[in-house]
Design a protein around this ligand. Structure first.
Ligand SMILES: Cc1ncc(COP(=O)(O)O)c(C=O)c1O
Length: 409
């Protein structure tokens, strides 16, 4: 797999430096204000309230290599994409943000920057199946080693750190078991080692949790989920306070090209403006549905960090604003009951993905996490993951109730 061996040289060119300046704009606005305004002011010519979609592959130059405001060619930078990057960076309390064509593209680029053959990564024993697949196939073939631990147990993380450990990858809450990791404790465990802590913050969104403030080195988002929020656009984003990492991310955007289209960047930026109000409603609905599910005999376990019975409840209370819109449920009737439930809801649609305004459910063992079968990340077959949307709670509860009623007692 020699073709996969590429190291990231330091970016050098002037245009990169100019773009870095443009993107370096922290804000002290409140969360909702920043989600609507950070990164963009009405343009000076027409006063457009929304960021224009700069559908332009290239930008006129004043003279050879004399760029206007840093933009040269859209693969290496586009104003519509910059605004999205600045907005999400502001929401995470980060200095820098870089957008990618998907969450997986962003993950891949981060791995390429932070790892080289012979390095070691620590991964949680519950994580998005695609992240595991990328490590277990592409990066193992590239010569990277990995250890799977329960990252909610910081002693396990500490014990797994080796001299060649360069990356600790933490999802919290995890997909799909909703396990919680103490970000601050893991960041402390990594101190004094070469291991960088990266948090996949997709499930929480920056409204509920800001891992950089808890000591993480970088944060990854699948913006396909809560940030976009409407199940109509795929994207990824990485934020950090480390200027060198940001330069390398920018270099990779320009050198490899896994950037979002400008239309997608616009749509994602439109979605993020309502993140706070959507998240509060997701949380309101999820709290009620988790309680209802917990009261039902068909259900053996409700995995929701907002329930006091959840092993990560106290940590979640400390590091999250609220507990999120994702619930996983294990059924007393096993796999058969889980699958029956998946096909019995009428309003909640059986589909992969999450974080949109509409409620979705899925059976991870046979859908999103199929690639984890037989591994330490294998998902129990009696588990159903529900992404609680922002519909009326009465309708959601009625749908869950009628679906449960169809299961054998
Ligand atoms: C937690 C998490 N991280 C990353 C990803 C990958 O994101 P994308 O589908 O945008 O490539 C997903 C996708 O489901 C996810 O759930």
């Amino acid at each position: 797999m020699d073709s996969l061996v590429y190291y990231c040289p330091q970016p050098r060119s002037i245009f990169l430096q100019e773009l870095i300046q443009l993107s370096h704009k922290p804000t002290d606005q409140g969360f909702s204000t920043a989600s609507i305004h950070a990164g963009y002011e009405p343009d000076e010519y027409y006063g457009s309230i929304n960021v224009p979609i700069y559908a332009s592959t290239t930008f006129a130059q004043n003279g050879p290599n004399e760029l206007r405001r840093g933009y040269e060619y859209t693969r290496v930078g586009n104003p519509t994409i910059t605004v999205l990057e600045q907005t999400v960076a502001a929401l995470e309390g980060a200095e820098y943000g870089r957008a990618f064509s998907s969450g997986m593209a962003a993950t891949d680029i981060l791995f390429r920057i932070l790892l080289k053959p012979g390095d070691h990564i620590i991964l949680g024993n519950d994580a998005y199946g695609g992240t595991f697949r990328l490590i277990d196939t592409v990066f193992v073939a590239w010569g990277v080693e990995y250890t799977v631990v329960d990252t909610s147990n910081v002693d396990e993380v500490k014990a797994a750190i080796r001299d060649n450990t360069k990356l600790i990858w933490v999802e919290t809450p995890t997909n799909p078991a909703l396990a919680i990791t103490d970000i601050e404790a893991v960041a402390k465990a990594a101190e004094g080692t070469d291991a960088k802590l990266v948090v996949d913050n997709t499930f929480a969104s920056p409204y509920l949790q800001q891992p950089l403030k808890l000591g993480a080195y970088a944060v990854l988002h699948s913006t396909t989920k809560y940030i976009g929020g409407h199940s109509d656009v795929v994207g990824g984003l990485v934020v950090t306070n480390d200027q060198q990492l940001d330069e390398e991310l920018l270099f990779m955007q320009g050198s490899i090209g896994p950037i979002p289209s400008v239309f997608d960047a616009y749509l994602t930026g439109r979605g993020v403006k309502t993140l706070a109000v959507r998240m509060d409603r997701h949380c309101d609905n999820a709290e009620k549905i988790a309680e209802f599910l917990d009261s039902r005999p068909e259900v053996s376990t409700v995995l929701y960090p907002g329930l006091e019975s959840h092993p990560g409840h106290e940590v979640a209370k400390r590091q999250m604003k609220r507990f999120g819109g994702m619930i996983s449920v294990r059924f007393a009737g096993g796999e058969e009951a889980a699958k029956k439930f998946c096909t019995s809801t009428k309003l909640i649609c059986l589909a992969e993905s999450l974080g949109g305004v509409e409620s979705l459910l899925e059976h991870p063992a046979t859908m999103t996490h199929q690639s984890a079968a037989g591994s330490q990340l294998e998902v129990p077959r009696d588990l159903v993951r529900i992404s609680i949307g922002i519909e009326d709670i009465e309708d959601l509860l009625a749908d869950v109730e009628q679906a449960l009623d169809q299961l054998p007692q």
